[in-house]
Write a protein that binds this ligand. Structure first.
Ligand code: ZN
Ligand code: ZN
Length: 646
């Protein structure tokens, strides 16, 4: 018998050669019905893989990310088969699962496909799926694998196999279809009940623009038709909330080919929004003991050689700028950290001076391939709400708690109430991967976990997810459409203090290394505004929205009174404008609705006589006639309900 350890620590004794599915059956029939994939020790296996040794087994269902991955990866095989049958002679390359669904990169040769072909492909794929074909893995020798694809003239697969080691090459068969594959499938195609091609796009072979352009076929599949329907509805809603669309409608930002791709231009309303976000955070940071610093947009190449960024990213980033005479080399600033280290280094500190907390809204530049650029979420220039805290190892716990408080304040004030935290720690079995002393790592990991615990965070600990230079805590935020975003990383760093030779004098009069914490609650203003737009659909919290109210005079006659109202609103610090165009009130209301202005203040005969305004809320609620003081109280109340004091 062999011993199979389950995630809860329970040990099952089974015959050698038993499969994960057998183990599931020994637990319950219900589980066995739902198991679609498994992990044995550190590798993903099929639910039909015979287990021959003792080991740790995790069973996956559709409800696990790994289960979905197996489901979607298997679906990509089915789509590939459908494509091959419909378009003979095409060349398949790679087809992995992605976060939502899968893709397959295909060289279609003389064929082209477009949206009108999708239903035919989907129909064919479903037909194949209904055949309930088992996915079967088999080992192949390198010679045989190469021969198989050379016969098909498939140079892509040949290139892939050339880079594999003989003895580690496997094929996956189902129905009459064979593909080069490492494994990780669902038991059979019959589990796939709904399949949809989402889009096609160009993609270079191996992501290299010097290579041939292939067609990337994106798809998704589900175990139930109604899950697909729900997903497509969500996609529709996401389209409506696309930050690129809303950003244009709300006149927040734009891009210009002349300025350059991936370089956002903030329009006046967007700039005002940013300013408000910055002020909001600056105010809270000041209370939390941060000091603002300002550093330049470029730095000497040497600075990033010292920090290690040059060795890591130099080749794939914007290339150095050369000065005309002495040929000095400068780089566009990819991160603010090295600059802040040099600020720390300007004066000697004792342990009594720490922590030092330097904050900067620092704009950084990173090269992204043009195909990777996406609205405000993937850009080439962006502003981080960056700060670096330099402290003693003993101060880590309290500094972490402070940063968690600040992050929770930011999330709460902006309407993100659905989030979890992930604490990323070392892989204890691979100590060689990490720099810094074991003692410091233990201290830091414990400090983070204690802080998360003391702050009552809903958190998980992920071992092996820490960076080589230190453990971290990330907030994972769920937006209104249920999508996950990583927001507000808090990262411990033992590396940069070493590289920049940062020191402080301890109580023992000796020099010690401070610990550095990188943190950015928004991440970057660009990505944050994008997320906020998609989360709120453009209905920003009242304290943040560029225009809180619009005064709508019923006719020209009431324009004077409208101006008086506006004046009075300004005195109450309410951000408002007048729509004095010669249009009907009905039309003005419709446009104000589209612009998502929270309050429409209608002024006509009666209002002017009574010195009031008729208040209509975005979405249609009629709040009746109020005077400006009453309206101002209402606005303050609503603001105070989301924007708590820090
Ligand atoms: Zn596969
Ligand atoms: Zn940093």
């Amino acid at each position: 018998m062999i011993n199979i350890t389950l995630p809860d620590g329970a040990v099952k004794q089974v015959e050698p050669g038993s499969t994960p599915l057998d183990v599931a059956k020994s637990i319950s029939e219900g589980l066995a019905r739902n198991v679609i994939s498994a992990k044995f020790n550190d590798s993903i296996v099929e639910s039909s893989t015979p287990l021959e040794t003792d080991g740790a087994l995790t069973l996956y269902t559709w409800n696990n990310d790994e289960g979905k991955k197996a489901f979607w990866h298997s679906s990509s095989h089915v789509i590939a088969q459908a494509l091959e049958e419909l378009y003979p002679g095409i060349k398949l390359t790679i087809g992995p699962a992605i976060e939502n669904g899968f893709y397959y990169d295909v060289d279609f040769g003389e064929h082209t496909i477009s949206e009108k072909d999708f239903p035919t492909i989907e129909k064919k794929a479903l037909e194949i799926a209904r055949g309930k074909h088992d996915f079967k893995m088999r080992e192949v020798s390198k010679v045989d694998a190469l021969a198989y694809y050379k016969k098909q003239n498939n140079t892509y697969k040949v290139e892939l196999i050339d880079n594999l080691t003989d003895g580690e090459i496997t094929f996956c068969d189902h129905s009459s279809f064979t593909d080069l594959c490492r494994g990780g499938h669902i038991p059979n195609t019959g589990i796939i009940k709904a399949i949809k091609i989402l889009s096609v796009a160009g993609a270079y072979w191996r992501g290299d623009e010097n290579n041939k352009q292939l067609t990337r076929v994106y798809g998704i599949s589900f175990p139930k038709q109604k899950e697909l329907t729900a997903y497509l509805e969500l996609l529709e809603e996401a389209k409506k909330r696309d930050h690129r669309k809303l950003g244009k409608e709300l006149e927040l930002f734009t891009f210009s080919q002349k300025v350059g791709q991936g370089l956002p231009l903030w329009l006046p309303k967007g700039a005002a929004l940013r300013e408000r976000l910055e002020d909001f955070l600056k105010k809270a940071q000041k209370k939390a003991g941060y000091e603002m610093v300002v550093t330049p947009h470029i730095g000497q190449k040497e600075l990033y050689v010292t920090s290690g960024h040059y060795a890591k990213y130099g080749e794939d980033s914007f290339q150095p700028i050369h000065t005309p005479k002495q040929d000095e080399e400068f780089l566009l600033k990819p991160m603010n950290c090295p600059h802040h280290c040099e600020i720390y280094n300007t004066s000697p500190f004792s342990y009594k001076d720490l922590p030092k907390r330097y904050a900067e809204f620092g704009t950084v530049y990173r090269y992204e391939q043009s195909g990777e650029l996406h609205g405000l979420t993937r850009v080439r220039g962006f502003t981080q709400d960056d700060a670096h805290i330099f402290c003693t190892p003993d101060q880590l716990n309290s500094e972490f708690k402070n940063v968690i408080d600040l992050s929770l304040y930011v999330l709460g004030s902006l309407g993100f109430d659905n989030f979890t935290a992930q604490v990323s720690v070392r892989d204890l079995e691979k100590p060689e991967k990490y720099i810094g002393s074991v003692e410091n790592w233990e201290k830091a990991e414990q400090a983070i976990i204690d802080a998360a615990e003391e702050k009552g965070l809903n958190y998980v600990v992920e071992s092996g997810e820490a960076a080589f230079y230190g453990p971290k805590l990330d907030f994972m935020v769920k937006d209104a459409l249920g999508r996950n975003w990583q927001l507000g990383t808090i990262q411990v760093d033992y590396n940069l203090p070493e590289r920049f030779d940062l020191t402080y004098k301890g109580s023992d009069n000796e020099l010690h290394r401070p610990v550095m914490i990188h943190r950015a609650p928004f991440g970057s203003l660009e990505r944050f505004v994008a997320l906020l737009l998609e989360h709120t659909g453009g209905n920003f919290p009242l304290w943040l929205i560029p225009q809180q109210a619009i005064v709508l005079p019923v006719s020209e006659k009431h324009e004077k009174y409208a101006e008086k109202v506006l004046n009075s609103l300004e005195n109450h610090e309410i951000r408002a404008l007048i729509d004095s165009r010669n249009e009907t009130v009905g039309k003005k209301i419709r446009e104000a609705e589209l612009k998502k202005i929270p309050f429409m203040l209608i002024v006509g005969e009666n209002e002017e006589a009574a010195e009031t305004i008729s208040v209509r809320k975005h979405g249609g609620d009629d709040l009746g006639s109020l005077n400006v003081d009453q309206f101002s109280d209402l606005v303050s109340k609503e603001i105070n309900s989301t924007l708590k004091s820090f």
